[in-house]
Design a protein around this ligand. Structure first.
Ligand SMILES: Cc1cc2nc3c(=O)[nH]c(=O)nc-3n(C[C@H](O)[C@H](O)[C@H](O)COP(=O)(O)O)c2cc1C
Ligand code: SF4
Length: 448
């Protein structure tokens, strides 16, 4: 029996979440057009209505140009646009849930590096870099798979980038976001600061944690006392022989320092040093690669049909290398939880209520899922509902058919028909609660 229950409230930085189940950040592909707020609300509201304590919006980009890691990402640098996101935050608050905005810059992982069509359309964009790209990435550049024209940030420019995070956080708080979440892992620029694979600077930011500290200072200065959380990577899945990378001990030390500083919650995640399938472990998405609707889009993204086939092959190898493992970050989270006094949020391969209960109080203070929300936007209703048992399990099969087409700009939706059929049956059977069930009865006021 877990000492902490999933429906117990949890506090982060003075904010009380009504329970410990959260939607992890997951790309909504809403972009910045006129319809973006409505699209984001449509994506995120079902999770809130169905009872999630915290809904994390997918990563949003703090700069006006460049820095997007994937097509359809939303930028949060423009005042008027961010103000329009009040529509989203209001809808989440109407269901008594809290909402986090996740702030990101892709750095060397940006589309101006890897997306051939985007590079062609934006020939003058340079990637922001912590240091000169690592040798292996320069080799991929020489072979034509990537295209680097990297601009290594000066010390002053690093401070300016941190100020951009602060400015976007301030705009987001004004628009009603309850929590600021930093995209500190998954190979974005914050991860690149933290990682010895990328960071060979000889100024104060050679200590990559310093960047997260300056980001926190900027957020405090510009956005006030908003609860602040971040993902933290351990690069334990990096292929051998790559040189220095973040170990579990490194990740624990980083978390310890941040928890002693200005961070109110931490999300430790293991992965590699590359933007690969280590963060979305699962099976090889054969259906997505073979879907004729995306073939031209893959060729455009990867620089031709042959290169697209090679990327597909690489993805097949990755899927074998990074096999799905239930709750694959649990042990890392446990190590961090033993070392810090702020809540630890755990995600990655969590699929069953019994597993969630075992994680709470042992490895995690809150538990999140990402891909399962594509398949079941109202998933919390099943995991928190009265009919729940230890065996209550998400329908998502971690096949990644949802992830790959996104490189073509396709929306993030579940694309596996057997899984969708199962979700449809559950819906017909009334497995997802209606909004009144969780509306205020279950929830504490998210703004504690
Ligand atoms: C399509 C897709 C988009 C994602 N986008 C983000 C993101 O914007 N920010 C982030 O921190 N993690 C992102 N993730 C990672 C998830 O938050 C999560 O850590 C990962 O999917 C493992 O959880 P799961 O097994 O429940 O899917 C994304 C994952 C997928 C599949
Ligand atoms: S396509 Fe559907 S079943 Fe497969 S990982 Fe995505 S959400 Fe899960």
């Amino acid at each position: 029996m877990a000492s902490i229950r999933l429906d117990d409230p949890v506090e982060i930085g003075g904010l009380t979440l009504r329970n410990r189940l959260y939607r992890a950040p997951l790309l909504e592909c809403a972009g910045n057009g006129d319809g973006a707020p409505a699209r984001l609300a449509a994506e995120l509201e079902p999770a809130a209505q169905a009872g999630a304590g915290l809904v994390c919006q997918g990563a949003t980009i703090v700069s006006e140009t460049g820095g997007c890691a994937a097509p359809g990402m939303t930028r949060v640098a423009d005042d008027e646009f961010v103000e329009s996101l009040k529509l989203v935050t209001d809808r989440i608050h109407d269901s008594d849930a809290a909402i986090a905005i996740q702030l990101e810059h892709g750095g060397l992982r940006s589309m101006e590096t890897w997306h051939a069509g985007y590079r062609r359309d934006h020939p003058n964009l340079q990637q922001l870099a912590v240091s000169r790209p690592p040798r292996l990435l320069r080799l991929l550049d020489a072979l034509g798979f990537l295209d680097y024209d990297a601009h290594v940030l000066t010390t002053e420019e690093v401070y300016e980038l941190a100020a951009d995070f602060g400015r976007s956080a301030a705009l987001a708080v004004d628009a009603g976001y309850d929590v600021v979440h930093i995209a500190g892992a998954n190979m974005g620029i914050v991860h690149q600061f933290l990682s010895p694979f990328y960071n060979r600077r000889d100024d104060e930011f050679g200590d990559g944690v310093r960047f997260l500290e300056v980001v926190a200072d900027e957020i405090r200065a510009q956005a006030g006392d908003v609860p602040l959380m971040t993902k933290i990577p351990a690069e334990t899945a990096a292929p051998p022989g790559l040189g220095p990378h973040l170990t579990v001990d490194d990740a624990v030390d980083i978390c310890h320092r941040l928890a002693d500083g200005d961070y109110d919650a931490l999300v430790p995640v293991s992965g590699s040093v590359f933007w690969d399938a280590s963060i979305v472990r699962g099976s090889f998405p054969a259906d997505a690669w073979n879907d004729d609707r995306y073939r031209d889009g893959y060729a455009d993204a990867f620089g031709g049909p042959l290169r697209a086939r090679l990327v597909e092959l690489g993805n097949r190898v990755e899927s074998m290398w990074y096999e799905f493992e239930p709750a694959w970050n649990a042990e890392l989270c446990r190590r961090v939880r033993d070392a810090v006094s702020v809540p630890v949020f755990c995600e990655g391969g969590i699929r069953e209520r019994g597993q969630i209960d075992a994680l709470l109080g042992e490895s995690a203070d809150a538990v999140g899922m990402a891909r399962p929300f594509y398949a079941e936007p109202e998933l919390p209703a099943r995991l928190l509902g009265t009919d729940v048992s230890d065996d209550t399990r998400v329908v998502c099969e971690s096949c990644n058919n949802c992830a790959v087409p996104q490189v073509t700009g396709a929306p993030g939706v579940c694309r596996t028909s057997s899984v969708l059929r199962r979700a449809g049956t559950l819906k017909k059977e009334g497995a997802y609660a209606d909004e009144t069930e969780f509306g205020g009865e279950r929830g504490n006021d998210p703004v504690g």
